[in-house]
Design a protein. Structure first.
Length: 427
């Protein structure tokens, strides 16, 4: 039955279905802007771009909440788009999201299969079905997760093609838009992609200092960077993360920071605007310091697991690289301090790798692991707040981590894992 689906007709039907989904997802934000005057985050992007053009401060003084919480380069990139007006900006960003989703699928398939050829339809269908709600959130709200994903996947493909300068620049651009992809530099250093790591750093220096200076002036560019660093990167205490006190410990945050703090401390898991009855789901009431020790310990254990299952350079193949990169994406989702729903559109790539591996091996572990992860994610539909209070999305991500780590370890230990490519100066 599964093999029968692998036909030109099925592929053509999927293509038209995807086009229809893109048209619906893209049309609704535009219609909402024109008819209902509902802008979601798009209005903030427009206002921020206008502030840059007018030379106004992007971030207020530290005692005030940041309306715009992304790094300064993201604001600079929004400036020319804001010249299109509110509706024009929405159209432009919707088109960008549509292109990013399409490119993310193509790059995910390329990494998972090792080729640009048409894959089995299930490799295209299943991952997008799983993340369709998260993809919709990006269109609806105007979030850039799909853009960050395509930049990250492009960097992985560039590494395989031995184009380290490009790989580092792509990761640097992603980190300049939203900081969490910077975690990839740890992987680049461990795998001895020295040129890519240096390229990433230089790209960030360019985006943070060099690029804004002609438009903002050196002093203003430095002030923007300092205020954002102090208010976002360096702000984490018992009230929450960055500019999201309360909400960062609520059910909306599915990172290990949010889940651990609400399950292990007496923190309100149902933070809302205005007065409300607090909801607590903690099993115990550890101190803030103890919870952070647990988070760090978990990070070390998962990091050790990741390193342990990585094959050596002479054992790396296109298949092992796909799983290795997918695990890196999953760990980024786990340890990003603020992981709201739309960020999990990035699960597109790990699920693509998992489906491709299952089609090759028909492994029960891959099948049952994928099913368990999907069930955990689906719990959000009937039990949105309750399921997410207990971290169902984080749990699904961890299930995928362990399943793919097990698969990578088996490949590492298998005599059949003969080298198919040698990464540029990687180990």
């Amino acid at each position: 039955m599964i093999d029968r689906l692998n036909s030109e007709g099925a592929f053509r039907a999927l293509r038209w279905l995807f086009v229809a989904v893109l048209l619906v997802f893209g049309s609704i934000p535009i219609i909402n802007t024109v008819v209902k005057d509902s802008h979601k985050d798009y209005e903030l992007w427009h206002d921020t771009g206008q502030k840059v053009l007018q030379g106004d401060p992007i971030y207020p003084l530290q005692r005030k909440k940041f309306p715009f919480m992304y790094p300064p380069p993201a604001a600079l990139l929004l400036a020319p788009v804001s010249l299109l007006g509110q509706t024009g900006l929405v159209i432009a960003l919707v088109l960008l999201n549509a292109a990013a989703w399409t490119a993310s699928i193509l790059l995910s398939v390329r990494l998972a299969t090792g080729t640009w050829k048409r894959p089995h339809p299930l490799v295209l269908l299943v991952p997008s079905i799983v993340i369709v709600v998260y993809a919709w959130s990006n269109f609806h709200l105007g979030q850039p997760t799909l853009l960050l994903l395509v930049l990250t996947l492009g960097a992985f493909v560039a590494l395989q093609a031995k184009r380290q300068v490009l790989a580092g620049a792509l990761v640097g651009l992603a980190a300049g838009i939203k900081a969490f992809p910077l975690i990839i530099i740890v992987y680049l250093i461990y795998r001895r992609y020295w040129v890519a790591a240096a390229s990433l750093v230089l790209a960030l220096v360019f985006l943070l200092i060099v690029l804004p200076t002609p438009f903002r002036g050196f002093d203003q560019a430095r002030t923007d960077l300092r205020r954002w660093t102090e208010g976002m990167l360096l702000k984490y205490d018992d009230t929450g993360v960055a500019q999201r006190p309360g909400r960062s410990n609520s059910w909306k945050n599915q990172s290990i920071f949010g889940v651990a703090n609400r399950l292990l401390r007496h923190e309100d898991a149902d933070e809302r605007f205005g007065p409300h009855t607090p909801v607590y789901v903690n099993f115990t009431n550890f101190s803030f310091e103890t919870v952070n020790r647990i988070i760090v310990g978990t990070g070390l254990l998962l990091g050790i697991l990741y390193v342990a299952v990585m094959p050596r350079r002479n054992r790396r193949t296109t298949g092992t690289d796909a799983i290795e990169f997918a695990l890196l994406v999953l760990l980024m989702l786990v340890f990003t301090p603020l992981s709201f729903g739309y960020l999990f559109a990035s699960l597109l790539f790990p699920f693509t790798v998992l489906v491709q591996r299952w089609l090759q091996t028909r492994s029960p572990l891959l099948l049952y692991g994928a099913m368990a992860a999907v069930v955990l994610l689906v719990l959000t539909i009937p039990f949105q707040k309750t399921a997410q209070m207990y971290g169902n999305t984080l749990a699904a991500t961890l299930v995928l981590c362990f399943v793919l780590a097990s698969e990578l370890y088996q490949l590492k230990s298998s005599d059949s894992a003969t080298p198919q490519h040698h990464p540029a100066r990687g180990s």
